[in-house]
Design a binder for this molecule. Structure first.
Ligand code: ATP
Ligand code: PRP
Ligand code: MG
Length: 282
């Protein structure tokens, strides 16, 4: 059985479970379930704290796991990212009250509150900046108002939490994060069970990121139309009974698909349809 670590709580848990469900795996129906076996797919899922996942995987206790890139880096565990999953996207940034500091060069003598001490300490060391770091479990934005720190380093998605606390980001983003599949550094790359799992998730990513587009166009417009819809390899072109016309079928990125339809229409293409892709193996 392939043993897989999944986040049991927080921003990663729901989307990770939804993605696995979409990929055809059994998922828990009850938040309190900590282990779930999917015998049909020969997989065992362990629902763990997102912060602990890299540790279990690096120790070889579990084959692979889903966690955040920021949590993986913060842990310092001997594990590596093998597939980015496109959800729980965030940046990791410094923030302060306006006027406290322009950037990390102003940090010496200040205290930085964070839940990601590993990332912050490494970043400061690499930049040669001497500042104190205080660890907090969460709700880091409030640390400044309560006088525990003058700077915070935290996950920023929409920026709402910072705005609500009267803080603004300073300096460049320390890193950008998203959910990722990880394995022990240097683990065997040709494990067929892992490859199958990754192919399934890649299938979900493609199904989420692309639509299938069909349209009819005049033969003389085909090259221009195909330039708009090149597909992943090459579009399928079939003759129509109506002479001088062909039917074209190609995968198109979901983002921008409406614009492509407008452009095809402008070229004279007609009967332009998009349909959802539910699953895929490329
Ligand atoms: N608002 C957010 N938007 C996107 N990703 C986020 C957000 N908050 C946290 N994350 C991501 O979730 C992961 C952290 O998971 P974790 O469960 O520890 O924190 P959380 O989602 O903040 O939940 P908790 O309520 O337990 O603090 C990190 O990879 C982080 O980048
Ligand atoms: O930029 P935003 O869209 O506001 O999102 C970022 C916030 O979301 C997370 O907090 P969470 O709600 O998980 O609380 P926590 O600080 O206790 O982890 C993160 O720690 C930030 O505080
Ligand atoms: Mg949080």
């Amino acid at each position: 059985m392939l043993r897989i670590a999944l986040p049991n709580k927080g921003s990663l848990a729901g989307p990770a479970s939804a993605m696995l469900h979409e990929a055809g795996y059994r998922q828990r129906t009850e938040q309190k379930e900590l282990v779930l076996v999917d015998p049909a797919n020969e997989v065992e899922f362990f629902y763990l704290r997102p912060r602990d996942i890299a540790l279990y995987v690096s120790a070889g206790r579990l084959d692979i796991g889903i966690t955040g890139r920021d949590l993986l880096l913060d842990s310092g565990a001997d594990a590596e990212e093998i597939l980015p999953l496109g959800f729980a996207r965030s940046t990791f940034r410094f923030a302060t009250r306006p006027g406290t500091a322009k950037g990390p060069e102003d940090f010496p003598g200040l205290t930085i509150a964070t839940s990601y001490e590993g990332i912050v300490a490494k970043h400061l060391e690499e930049a040669g900046i001497d500042a104190s770091v205080v660890h907090l479990d969460g709700a880091v934005e409030t640390a400044i108002e309560l006088g525990v720190a003058q700077v915070i380093a935290d996950v920023v998605e929409t920026g709402t939490s910072l705005r609500n606390a009267g803080l603004e980001v300073i300096g460049e983003p320390i890193l950008t994060s998203e959910a990722v599949v990880i394995r022990r550094t240097g683990a065997e790359t040709d494990d067929a069970r892992v490859q199958r799992f990754l192919r399934r998730l890649q299938g979900v990513l493609v199904a989420r990121g692309y639509v299938m587009m069909d349209y009819d166009c005049r033969v003389e417009h085909l090259e221009q139309a195909v330039a708009l819809t090149p597909g992943l390899e090459s579009p399928t072109v079939s003759p129509l009974h109506h002479e001088g016309w062909v039917a074209v079928r190609a995968m198109v990125p979901t983002k921008g698909a409406q614009q492509v339809m407008d452009d095809l229409y402008g070229l004279g293409a007609r009967a332009i349809l998009t349909t959802a892709i539910h699953a895929c193996r490329l």
